[in-house]
Design a protein around this ligand. Structure first.
Ligand SMILES: [Zn+2]
Length: 103
């Protein structure tokens, strides 16, 4: 799945971006600061979900799965194995740090 991000300004002056929320699929997504790792963080205006779109091209659904496993206490090396081919080892470790920052 490819995500194209194009900034645009709405009437209210809120920056909207063209991407889908990994939880509800909504497209009303706004920029919401950055993680400690320096990645752009986004928030869905429909369900309030925060998420990070990785520049490495990891699909939102993969990030969603990774987050669920992290929150379930799955060891990071196991997550790396499960997501093999979909997300790199360094991505999983970086993402884990992001999750801990945003909660
Ligand atoms: Zn949403």
């Amino acid at each position: 799945m490819q995500i194209s991000i194009a900034n645009r300004i709405t009437e209210g002056g809120t920056k909207m971006i063209d991407c889908e929320c990994p939880r509800c699929g909504g497209v009303q997504v706004i920029k919401s600061g950055r993680t400690k790792a320096g990645k752009q963080r986004y928030q869905c205006r429909i369900c309030g979900r925060y998420f990070v779109i990785d520049p490495d091209g990891v699909a939102p659904i993969v990030a969603e799965l990774a987050e669920r496993m992290i929150l379930q206490g799955v060891d990071t090396p196991k997550i790396v194995k499960v997501l093999q081919g979909h997300a790199s080892r360094s991505w999983v470790y970086g993402f884990r740090r992001d999750i801990h920052v945003s909660r």
